[in-house]
Ligand binder design. Sequence first.
Ligand SMILES: Nc1ncnc2c1ncn2[C@@H]1O[C@H](COP(=O)(O)OP(=O)(O)OP(=O)(O)O)[C@@H](O)[C@H]1O
Length: 448
Amino acid sequence: MDLIQNLELEILELREMLKNKEEDLREAKRNKFSKSYDNVIGTKSNINIGNIPKWAIERYSRQILLPDIGVMGQEKLMSSKVLIVGAGGLGCPASVYLAGAGIGEIGIVDYDTVDISNIHRQILHTESDWCKSKAKSAAESLRRINSNIKVTPYTIEFKPENAVQIASNYDLIIDCTDNVPTRYMLSDLSIITKVPLISGSALKMEGQLTIYGYRESRNEKSSGPCYRCLFPTPPPAAAVGSCSANGVAGPVPGAIGSLQALEAIKLLVGRNRENLLVGRMLIFDGEDMTFRTVKLRPKNPKCESCSDHATIKQLTNYEVLCKMQSKEKDLDLNILPQSHRISATELSKSLNTQRHLLIDVRSEAEYNMCHLEDSVNYPLEQLYGEKFDLLVENIKNNDNVIFICRRGNDSQIAADKILKVLPDAKIKDLSGGLHAWAEQVDRRFPIY
Ligand SMILES: Nc1ncnc2c1ncn2[C@@H]1O[C@H](COP(=O)(O)OP(=O)(O)OP(=O)(O)O)[C@@H](O)[C@H]1O
């Protein structure tokens, strides 16, 4: 028995020794690598091979082996500057691969902070980055991936007042944002500054990407349509989906962001127009796992931004263009008069004394995530379907009807629609929605 125990102890000791030796070996390798890098920085020493140093050949060998990249392509990547706007679902994977590929300088712009609901897809941020600036968190992670590149975080909103000055320092812009005003601005910016733009988007299980503002050389006209050629007038704000309202599967922006990085690498090493997504859009459907490329409409000969008759010579107010309300106003539509609204605290008190019909108009998936006890689910779109009459009948027979949604906008739309057919109905909407409930009444209720 003793013999077996002794042997086991010896095995444990040997394992420990092996682990230490392995760590020593890794440390020695790391030292060797950084020493050889130190030798090269700031010098044209004789260990340079061709035009790129030994350390870079070792580090980037797997992509240099590709005939489309090669040593010359690697040199171009290492002297390129890429600006990534948005450090979210698309910006994280796009910048990871660009940092990995050794892009000389990466600028990353984002005014927001990391939210816990971002982490399922925004792979540069971790739990310990929660509430940190996204641009700073992304920059820190990128520097950990590649300490040989320069990374500049911009913790600001990218807007007409600062966009031209920042973008002019870069060779390429990558649109990783999530809103229409910024998309129009980036497209115009690309035409004005002659910096090409790789635009991506992802929502639910779908994503797409294309290149705008591509030019064979700076003196040539841009090829392919710009965003304004395709969408001369912005869609109504309500028709635009967002990840926070519609959801997104993490790997979908992961795939699109990675492909944006791939297009960036190809563009920077000088691949031909035909090999790039110029005048074409790649569409990915994660539901049935298909990729398809569609040809985009040609340039609009009357485009205000990129045609010969362009009138847009400087950036304008894109919030006005897209008829956006300010973010605060967005949170509360104020459709209903005060007499048809009830605060979360008032509702909580009233629930203790009276019977109510609580109608939750969120989607079924949201309702299943969390809902108030005894509420019934009646998704907003059903108000426009065949069950509407049934709902009206139900409401007629109730004295206390409360419409509920996430933030208090859809519930007002629903209540307003019912009031148009039943003007005397005893209807109210929960002001501020379930967010207000979570903040004012029950902190256990999840805010999403
Ligand atoms: N004009 C802008 N300037 C700087 N950053 C921007 C601008 N417009 C959008 N962004 C950033 O682009 C990123 C887009 O990321 P993503 O689409 O994953 O959405 P999100 O806002 O992080 O998450 P969610 O929609 O789930 O709340 C966000 O971090 C947002 O702050």
